[in-house]
Design a protein around this ligand. Sequence first.
Ligand code: GCB
Length: 619
Amino acid sequence: MRRVFERVLAAAAVLVMAASAAQAGPTLTRADRRDGQDLSGTWNYSVDPYRDGIAGFHRGPPGVGHRRYDDSDVEQVTRADPKALYEYDMQRSPTATLPASWLTHAPEMRHYQGLVWYQRRFETPALKPGQRAFLRFEAANYTAKVYLNGQAVGEHEGGFTPFSLEVTRLLRGGQNQVTVGVDSTPAVDGAPPPVTDWENYGGITRPVRLVITPATFVDEAWVRLTRDGKAIAADVRLDGPAAAGQTVSVKVAGLNLTLSGQAGSDGVARLSTPAPKGLKRWAPGAPALYDVRVEAGDDVLTDRVGFRTVEVRGGEILVNGRPVFLRGICLHEEELGEYPARTITDASAHALLAEARDGLHANFVRLAHYPHSEVTTRLADEMGLLVWSEIPIYWLVDFGNARTLKLARDMLADSIRRDRNRASIVLWSVANETPISDARNAFLGTLADDVRALDDTRLVTAALLADRKIEGGRQVMGIDDPLAAKLDVLAVNTYAGWYSDDGLDAVARIAWRPTDKPMVFSEFGADALAGFSDPALLRKFSEDFQARYYIQTLAMAANAPSLRGMSPWILKDFRSPRRQHPVYQQGWNRKGLISPAGRRKAAFKVLADYYEKLAGEGR
Ligand code: GCB
């Protein structure tokens, strides 16, 4: 019997679901503050490298040989029916604590890429009449198929954005069982594309929550100081049958302020009031935050929000009307330690951001190369750091592909909706180092337009590649990219002296063409293995080389008249499968200013001193 050989989870159920990208579920911002239940904790897991659980070993349509996944306990069934054959038993499979990438679940999982099934049971009271329930995943990398009590509830593509699936009808009072198939395999038409320079952390890497709402609830409340700084505005988006016409109020207790009004036929209430005189603005280094309470019908949503303006004028980046120089550093989403699992907690995010703010005297972090966890952007708000947030449109994306464009637009919209209340975020980046072509220009142009339509209170940027020429016998770098016309801030990655043969003395002499908009060095950096010193030869990978590289590149920065900030690459060494030098790299990109364990390299002090001096000059 063919059935005998199969290991089928939810085969038929999966096939009836659209095999497409992100589902447009609600955003459920500030899920951490909503009613419900945290489903983090102990889950069972089971690998499925051939994806039998989805397609069966014949990869055929459902029918003979395909058993619909059911909710039964395999051990009990086989005891009652000794002829029954299952080649999986989730409830007796190994366990892991989520959220975390599976790379650290067990030594044999370290390099696993493919499909992993996760399952857990949880008890919950029956819903009250009118209540709704959602499973909200803050992130699962890269695709996820979700089942509750044996029924498919939806799927999602993209490893860094949240998604919520409604389970109102499937949720039982008492015990429930949630099963998730997470597949880390990158797609050639996906985002990011298959080749990147960071570890592909498969798994459920951010919190999962059962969220319980009233029938009509506040999905998102975007509360902000308007672009011109004159008003406090709130767009409150409701979801549910009573959304249209619903009365909505937004209270900012610390300002003694209440905005109220009705949602329109689209379920959105657009409220606004002049900014009160006593408003204390959020600013880098002085992060004033206010508790905000949004009420609509039976629902209440709270948040903590800062109010500030950011704009570009006369070649300057202005925060609250004052020019700022972005004293930044890049970060990947990877915690300190020799065995990171992309488990970002308050403590692990704080450890990294504190190194940036207090160690380097930074006022800015570039969160590369995808939306980081909600904990991180909330902490940046609290810690008074300016933030660059980005989507994984990186290197060789399939720019001519309509599916890829839709995916990118969904990711961008999901990340903006998630984080529009984070005053720390001042830049939305639409791409990193993407080779110029007509298809790419059109693709990224669409994304830049989307940013402006979704959020007019921040600036649009993208990390571009530098153009290099010899002019009058001197090396001159600049930006020659048609996308520049679409951006507010021009960002450029530059590695002269590391990826080029330039001697380090030559780097300091490179000049930069002025640009008509503020320019930022979004990256520069050099690998160094912590502890490897080579002062005589200054060999690459030594701390001495990296420190000298920083000295020379910072000298070059003085030759860039439009420069208004920088975020060198990168705060901490990070795992990258393409970095396999056996002596210096061992699977790590070593461009960190600190080692995986957090040890500061010599270049750390070079940058810290430079930033301290700039800060002392009031920049
Ligand atoms: C870059 C990329 C970044 C890499 C870095 C490097 O330009 O944007 O993702 O990790 O260079 O180390 O080569």
